[in-house]
Design a protein around this ligand. Structure first.
Ligand SMILES: [Fe+2]
Ligand SMILES: [Fe+2]
Length: 474
C-alpha cells in the first residue's frame, strides 16, 4: 500500500533514506511551481473527479474522488520487487537484475531516463490551454486525469535520477523543470513533444498516437536489467492505458458524430459536412497523417548502434521480450529496414541488433493498425464509403532513412516541389486548423451536455452516469 501521510507519498520506504528524502522534498516546490506555471490553465479552484493510486497491485489500485488539482498527491510508486528477477537479454542474460547502476552503464542509463522523463511534463505543457475549450465535463475530467498522471510519471523518473545518479541526477531533475515544450532556446528533447496541441482533435490524436509511443518505450524499459527502472515502468504502464483509451474513444466519438450527421442529412461533401458544425472525415485523415508521422520519428533511426548497445548491455529490451522465442542475443539475426534509392523505396536486411528501433516502430504500427480498423468500423456501420488509411511509413519523416525524402502517403518518392504542391491534401492546413478551432470556442460545462462535434461516450467514468458532475467549479 502507499503511504499518504508522508509529504511525498511513496511505496519505496523513502523515510528510511533521509538524504534522498530531503533532496526530493527540495525538488517538490520546484515541481509545484512548474505545475502552476505550465500546467492546465486556471484550474487551481476546480475540484476534479480523479483517480488516485492507493496501491500498485493490479486489483483496486485506484480510488476515485474530488481533488483540487494542485493538491493531487503526486508520489513515487514502484511495482514490488521480484527477488529472483534476472536480466533476460543481451550479453548478461541470466545474471541477476541490477539493483544499483553498473558504473560503465551509468551515462547511457541516465540518458534513457532523462529522455523518457522529458516527455512527461512536455505533454502537460502542450495541453495546457485545452481545458478552456473542453467539449464536456467528462472530457475535461479526462484531460486533467491524463495531466496529473503525466506529472506523476515525471516524479517516477526524477526519483530514479535522485536515488541512483547522485549530483548529476539532481542536475538533470532540475533541467526537467526548466525545458519547455516548443521553446526556441530551451525546448523539450524530442520533436513530437515540441509540436503544439492546439485543439481537442489534436489532443485525442496525440493520446492515441503519441501516448502509445510512450507505452512501447515503457514496455521496452520494463524489460530493463536495471530493476528499479523496470518496476517503475510497469506501474506507469497501468496509467498509460487510460491515456490511450481517452485518445481512441475521443477520435472515435468525433468520427461517430460526423457519420451521424452525414447519414441524417445525406451529405458527403466536406464543405456541407462543415456547414453542419462537425469535422469532415478528410480533415480527420489529415490530422491522423500528422500525428502518426511525427510519432514514428520518436523511435529514432532505423539503424542505430545506440539501440544495439542498449540491448546488448541489458538496458532496454524489445517489446514483450520474454515472450519472444529466440536467443535474446540477436547475434546472427537480421531484420528488414527501408531505404530510399533513387526514386524507389527498397527493403534490405541489416543485423537485427542494429534495427531494434525499427522493430519497436513496427510493433507500434501493428497496434495502431488495429485501432484504425476500429475507427473504420464506425464509418462502415454508418454505411459511409470512406475509410481512414495509415500513410506510408516514409511519409513526412524527419528522422531515419526517410528523412530528407519526399514521400507521398501512398509511398511514392516525389520531388520536393511535387510534394509541397500537395502538402495540404495530406496535412492539415492553417484553414483546417482554424475551422476545427472555430468549433471549440468555449467549454461545455453543463453536466451531461456534449459539444455538437463529438458524440457522448458509451459510459461514464467509474460507473458514474454521463450527466455526473465530473468537475466542480467553485
Ligand atoms: Fe506518461
Ligand atoms: Fe500518457
Amino acid at each position: 500500500m502507499i503511504d499518504y501521510t508522508e509529504r511525498i507519498p511513496n511505496n519505496v520506504d523513502l523515510g528510511r533514506d533521509r538524504v534522498l528524502q530531503r533532496a526530493l522534498e527540495h525538488w517538490q516546490p520546484g515541481y509545484l511551481n512548474w505545475w502552476y506555471e505550465t500546467g492546465p490553465r486556471d484550474t487551481s479552484a476546480l475540484e476534479v473527479y480523479l483517480r488516485t493510486a492507493t496501491s500498485v497491485e493490479p486489483d483496486g489500485w485506484a480510488q476515485f474522488g474530488y481533488v483540487r488539482m494542485p493538491e493531487y498527491r503526486w508520489g513515487i510508486f514502484l511495482q514490488p520487487r521480484d527477488e529472483i528477477r534476472a536480466i533476460n537479454f543481451g550479453v548478461r542474460k541470466g545474471q541477476p537484475a541490477w539493483q544499483e547502476v553498473p558504473g560503465e552503464l551509468r551515462s547511457a542509463l541516465r540518458r534513457i531516463i532523462v529522455t523518457q522523463g522529458d516527455t512527461e511534463p512536455a505533454s502537460v505543457e502542450q495541453q495546457k490551454m485545452l481545458g478552456m475549450s473542453s467539449p464536456s465535463l467528462y472530457d475535461l475530467r479526462n484531460i486533467f486525469q491524463v495531466n496529473v498522471e503525466e506529472g506523476r510519471h515525471l516524479w517516477a523518473m526524477v526519483y530514479l535520477l535522485h536515488r541512483y545518479f547522485g549530483r548529476d541526477g539532481r542536475e538533470e531533475a532540475e533541467a526537467l523543470l526548466e525545458r519547455r515544450s516548443g521553446d526556441a532556446d530551451n525546448p523539450r528533447i524530442l520533436g513530437a513533444f515540441n509540436e503544439p496541441t492546439p485543439d481537442w482533435l489534436a489532443f485525442f490524436m496525440f493520446t492515441f498516437f503519441t501516448d502509445r509511443d510512450g507505452k512501447f518505450q515503457l514496455c521496452a524499459l520494463a524489460e530493463s536489467g536495471f530493476d528499479p527502472l523496470a518496476r517503475t515502468c510497469r506501474f506507469m504502464l497501468t496509467e498509460e492505458a487510460h491515456h490511450m483509451f481517452v485518445g481512441e474513444t475521443g477520435v472515435g466519438r468525433i468520427i461517430q458524430r460526423t457519420c451521424e450527421v452525414m447519414k441524417e442529412d445525406k451529405i458527403d461533401d466536406p464543405s456541407d459536412v462543415r456547414a453542419m458544425g462537425v469535422i469532415d472525415l478528410q480533415t480527420i485523415q489529415r490530422y491522423l497523417n500528422f500525428h502518426y508521422s511525427v510519432t514514428l520519428d520518436l523511435y529514432g533511426s532505423d539503424v542505430s548502434s545506440n539501440a544495439a548497445n542498449y540491448y546488448t548491455s541489458g538496458l532496454k529490451g524489445r517489446y514483450e521480450e520474454t515472450k519472444i522465442g529466440d536467443d535474446h542475443l540477436l547475434s546472427d539475426a537480421e531484420y528488414p529496414v527501408s531505404e530510399v534509392i533513387g526514386n524507389k523505396i527498397v527493403s534490405k536486411n541489416v543485423p537485427a541488433l542494429t534495427a531494434l528501433n525499427e522493430r519497436l516502430r513496427d510493433d507500434y504500427i501493428h497496434e495502431i493498425e488495429a485501432g484504425l480498423r476500429r475507427w473504420n468500423r464506425i464509418i462502415e456501420s454508418a454505411g459511409i464509403p470512406f475509410r481512414l488509411d495509415l500513410p506510408h511509413k516514409g511519409f513526412h519523416r524527419q528522422i531515419g532513412n526517410f528523412a530528407g525524402h519526399y514521400i507521398s502517403p501512398q509511398g511514392e518518392v516525389l520531388s520536393q516541389e511535387a510534394w509541397k504542391k500537395r502538402e495540404f491534401e495530406w496535412l492539415a492546413s492553417p484553414q483546417d486548423h482554424a475551422y476545427v478551432q472555430s468549433l471549440m470556442s468555449g467549454p461545455v460545462v453543463e453536466p451531461g451536455k456534449f459539444a455538437n462535434w463529438i458524440a457522448p461516450p458509451r459510459r461514464g467514468i467509474n460507473n458514474q452516469p454521463l450527466n455526473f458532475q465530473y468537475v466542480r467549479f467553485n
